[in-house]
Design a protein around this ligand. Structure first.
Ligand code: ZN
Length: 158
């Protein structure tokens, strides 16, 4: 594993642990040349899974696409890239658990919304608006209303 700071070839693993609820191993590494510490993740490669769009068309699951849409939703929000990566790993873990050959895009959208809701309200609403074509309008309005009422009663949320 090449050091991201000085490109030295040799690094050592200083800590290694399984990440709960994710099919991943998190490793802390240290560069043997400059002592820079960084994190890598080792995860099970996703078996090929088809995403069924609302139109009925299918396309292969694309991790990059998912990361990109999360980045758009989280733009200018206090959300670090590591959080986005963590959300993606959680979703892939869920998809692996399904053990299906295909999954509806709305299902993935729902998983993303559930994850974002715990992280950031604004990112959640943004993502919901991107995916609103996959849910009905009533669902979207309901989500907005819920967030509004949470804002009005900040000490009331469970
Ligand atoms: Zn280094």
């Amino acid at each position: 594993m090449r050091c991201p700071r000085c490109s030295h070839q040799n690094t050592k693993v200083v800590d290694s642990r399984a990440v709960q609820e994710e099919s991943a191993i998190r490793r802390r590494r240290e560069c043997l040349s400059c002592d820079y510490r960084f994190t890598t993740y080792e995860y099970v490669e996703m078996p090929p899974i088809m995403v069924v769009k609302r139109s009925g068309d299918q396309e292969p699951y694309d991790r990059g696409k998912l990361v990109q849409s999360l980045q758009i939703a989280c733009k200018k929000r206090p959300i670090v890239q590591e959080t986005i990566e963590s959300i993606v790993r959680k979703i892939e873990y869920e998809l692996n658990q399904l053990a299906e050959e295909s999954v509806e895009s709305a299902k993935i959208g729902k998983l993303v919304m559930d994850a974002l809701r715990e992280v950031d309200d604004v990112a959640y609403v943004r993502f919901s608006s991107v995916y609103r074509q996959f849910t009905d309008l009533e669902h979207f309005k309901e989500a907005l209303r819920m967030i509004e009422s949470e804002r009005k009663n900040p000490h009331d949320s469970s």
